[in-house]
Write a protein that binds this ligand. Sequence first.
Ligand code: GLU
Length: 407
Amino acid sequence: MVFENAEKQLDKAKKHIKLAQETEETLKLPKESFAFSIPVRMDNGHLNVYQGFRVRYNDARGPTKGGIRYHPGVTLDEVTALAFWMTIKCAVIDIPYGGGKGGIIVDPHKLSKAELERLSRGWMRAASRIVGPQRDIPAPDVYTTPQIMAWMMDEYSTIVGQYSPAVITGKPLSVGGSLGRGYSTALGGYFSVREAVKKVHVGKKVAVQGFGNAGAHMARLMAQDGFTIVAVSDSKGGAHLDSGFDFKKLEDVKAKDGRVDAYPGSKKITNEQLLELDVDILVLAALENTVTKDNVSKVKAKMIVELANGPVTPEADDVFHKNGQFLIPDVLANSGGVCVSYFEWVQNLYGHYWTENNVNEKLEQKMVKEFNATFEIHKSKSVDMRTAAYVLALGRIDDSTKDKMKL
Ligand code: GLU
């Protein structure tokens, strides 16, 4: 159960920070959990019913914020864990939001574009009771795209009778998206690695597991900065090339063949084998529970970067910490995505749009500041980086909770 992992992480951090009783209690349960069905007329005339979710975990610091995941493996337990992690993440990167998450149990690759549109509008029709620009603001997550955000924004605007770009982020530029949002998760991850290697000296050999939006941009940004990307993978398999991939060529292969292991001259490997390669930095950009107590001892990388949410279990965390393998946790490493989502929302509310440089500079400032704040707690309290990030976030959540709820 993924939510159990989240609870274990919270319990571990609570040993290093005294929280008000009000904060402890309100963090135990999601504020609102909403499960609903979405009837969709398929192209062949059948009516299919899909299961959708939206969880608003905690709103002590502001409206809840977090993506919507389309995946066959989505469960309410997973969405709840992801909503909890968003609560921590938004506090780590210090943006005025609580945490939420949504999902649909579906393999979107099996739907036509028109079916996908009907499904996405159906999700928003049902969720329109729970979301809103000052209430709960969704965004993309696994297998959801700017196009889907545009359909959902349009549906919500129709329901409330007002053009409402601030209800959802990660939109295309033409309907209120922000410059830089498309690669912001990776750019934030890259900034955190850049800060980390100033403190923890490691070499430049990198393996990236997962070649979706975050993983592909991360590989590009690291390659541009002189790192050697020696292995990449997607859901179909992995590719290993000791001399390093040419990023442009890799992108072309993925676009043409739909899989990275078609890269000419590379060796085919499995996703499992990629984790075990003798590299300096391992970027995890796929799904939860990738490194567990069963395979953690085979991971040789000296630095592990969680670009996905929840790829390393609490048991595996302890092993990394004991072995001196430096892990940059998801709630910090991938917070660049939601950080630029926040910038998008601010731009929507103001009706005034920033340059790409402006967005990226603001992101850089945030990432550098909060990476260093986390690193200081990691050093001063002798805790792993995840626990340090939780301590930082919980302190902030505690301040807001106390001010609103304390006697
Ligand atoms: N789905 C992304 C995450 O897990 C982005 C969320 C957002 O931008 O609201 O952080």
